[in-house]
Design a protein around this ligand. Structure first.
Ligand code: URA
Length: 440
């Protein structure tokens, strides 16, 4: 509701209902209307229900390129902008649109820093079935997500990589808007996703940006055409704002790697930093590192990047990065108290391991939260023992479910069991490539 005080003391430039009607009737919002509606919503003058109606109109009727650019600029203008120009190294960042088992940021940030490029990773917590980078790192005893801007700058200069919580001053309009979209069925609108992600990345002040746009059951975008449209929109927003931006479109029909869950994913990331780890996690980490380095003006080949995972240099930066934020890199990671195995129903080939179902199982086990205020279990999640294309025998473990609260097993099992398809005589098929496209 428009506040009585605001209505009597401050003449507003527009009426929220008129702005909603423009979009409802397939019109184009003017720059002034966009600037006003974002500012007035942040000030509490445009009511939640009015913004919800406008979001739904945007989801249904879309926005053109100029509207999306202005909406993004208005969200950036709602808060502070960071400035890394004083650093002695160039900056490059990565953003993933979110998936199941997506722990890539953890090995990637230290890996890129080895080559003299600073990585300022402002990350978030998980909501729903996709994990959050901060939740994963918080399973390391002592690790602290909240840094001041000065601490962040100092760590970028000394270590070269920082993964921390975005301060509340960065694009505050997005914080409010995202919480509203989450409860009004309006997360999936491409203009709203693109402006939400890019307002934070542009305000963060990175020089280069690589977007990992996920596609498949475990991602926001379920088909490649929508993922391409989202990627194109974000690359254009970044480029127009002077950030060297590229996007990879990557498969999220099955989980990345062999773990989904906070401490489980940290353990797997450390294996990658030690030169091992699952092939898909290593390949995507290396591909994204090559792109991040190129964006920062460093042409480094894949083999050279891969070698740094094997020779201990990325591990050294990881240790320094975690220690600088109070984490004890040598402390044992939390382990859940209870486990339960999901077995192959028959002999055959595992033809499907569905990302969304595995993500929902991990979430139901306690790895994720249903409401922002929920506490996550560090040890909860799903361990994967077979991937699509693998031959399996009846009774062989396919998944191990982990939780501290065994009463969660029943609901998690419903999802875990429906994640799996084993076929005795599968039709010949070519495996889906991990990287489906690249846009610049
Ligand atoms: N991540 C964001 O930051 N915003 C979105 O809208 C979707 C994913």
């Amino acid at each position: 509701m428009t506040s009585d005080l605001a209505a009597t003391t401050t003449p507003e430039a527009f009426d929220a209902v008129d702005v909603i009607r423009v979009k409802r009737d397939h019109g184009t919002l003017s720059d002034a209307q966009i600037d006003w509606v974002i500012d007035a919503y942040t000030r509490g003058v445009v009511a939640e229900e009015q913004m919800a109606a406008l979001n739904m109109a945007i989801l249904l009727n879309g926005m053109d390129r100029a509207e999306i650019a202005r909406w993004t600029a208005a969200m950036i203008a709602s808060g502070e902008r960071m400035d890394f120009s004083g650093l002695s190294r160039p900056t490059s960042d990565k953003h993933s649109t979110g998936g199941v088992g997506d722990k890539i940021t953890l090995p990637l940030a230290p890996l890129v820093a080895v080559f003299g490029v600073a990585v300022p990773q402002l990350s978030g917590r998980g909501l729903g079935h996709t994990g959050g980078t901060l939740d994963k790192l918080e399973s390391i005893p002592g690790w602290r997500a909240a840094l001041t801007n000065d601490e962040m700058m100092a760590q970028l200069e000394s270590v070269g990589a920082v993964i921390c919580q975005a301060g509340s001053g960065l694009a505050p309009a997005d914080r409010k808007l995202y919480a509203l979209r989450d409860v009004t069925g309006t997360v999936e609108a491409i203009p709203l996703i693109a402006s939400s992600i890019m307002s934070k990345k542009i305000a963060e002040g990175t020089g280069a940006l690589v977007l990992d746009v996920k596609v498949g059951s475990g991602a926001f975008m379920k088909d490649v055409d929508s993922a391409r449209e989202l990627a194109r929109t974000m690359v254009d927003l970044g480029t127009d704002a002077g950030v060297r931006t590229v996007a990879l479109i990557t498969d999220m029909s099955t989980p990345l790697g062999l773990t989904a869950g906070n401490a489980l994913e940290v353990r797997e990331s450390v294996e990658v930093l030690a030169g091992g780890g699952p092939r898909d996690v290593v390949d995507l980490t290396v591909a994204l590192a090559v792109e991040m380095l190129a964006g920062a003006g460093r042409q480094v080949g894949e083999d050279e990047v891969r070698a740094v995972l094997g020779d201990g240099r990325a591990m050294d930066v990881w240790r320094a990065m975690i220690t600088a934020q109070g984490g004890d890199v040598d402390a044992p990671l939390p382990v859940a108290t209870e486990t339960h195995q999901v077995l192959a129903p028959s002999d055959g080939v595992l033809t499907r391991l569905d990302a969304l179902d595995v993500g929902v199982a991990a979430w139901r086990l306690g790895a994720g939260r249903a409401r922002r205020e929920d506490v996550v279990q560090a040890g909860a999640g799903v361990e994967i023992h077979a991937k699509p294309g693998d031959r399996v025998a009846a009774g062989q473990p396919i998944l191990t479910l982990h939780t501290d609260t065994p009463e969660r097993f029943a609901r998690a099992l419903e999802s875990a069991e429906s994640a799996i398809t084993v076929e005795v005589t599968p039709a010949a098929s070519t495996p889906t490539p991990l990287i489906l496209d690249r846009l610049a």
